[in-house]
Design a protein around this ligand. Structure first.
Ligand SMILES: [Zn+2]
Length: 123
């Protein structure tokens, strides 16, 4: 399985965001530096609900350091939904899903075709 690298500070921040937004989803774009995800840009609209369709309405920022997306699932299922896969296929890159209860083990990473990647936390 291929590996995606994420900085520990970012991972912990993402888990915190997922808990704060619960029972709603949060979503954001991920910035990478030298192959490691280091920064998140949060979705500008705080009113999205349980559907991931909101991704489709976003204006994707023109920023070449954006290499992926992240969103939370208010339930324990970390698999991408049909809407998620549709979005992934359009965006490319790497996609993190953080499922309830939002601990390190609830984080999954997927390629744009929905195949899973291993998450490696970098200190
Ligand atoms: Zn989803």
């Amino acid at each position: 399985m291929e590996t995606v690298k994420i900085r520990r500070e970012l991972l912990e921040y993402l888990l915190e965001l997922a808990r704060d937004f619960y029972p709603n989803e949060f979503a954001g774009f991920l910035r990478a530096k030298d192959g490691v995800f280091e920064e998140v840009l949060i979705a500008p609209d705080p009113h999205f609900g349980r559907s991931s369709a909101f991704f489709n309405t976003w204006m994707l920022p023109h920023d070449e350091s954006i290499k992926g997306t992240v969103h939370s699932h208010p339930g324990p299922n970390p698999r991408p939904s049909g809407a998620d896969l549709h979005f992934f296929s359009k965006f490319g890159g790497v996609h993190l899903i953080i499922a309830y209860p939002f601990v390190e083990g609830s984080v999954r990473a997927y390629r744009n075709d929905g195949s899973e990647l291993r998450v490696e936390v970098v200190e």
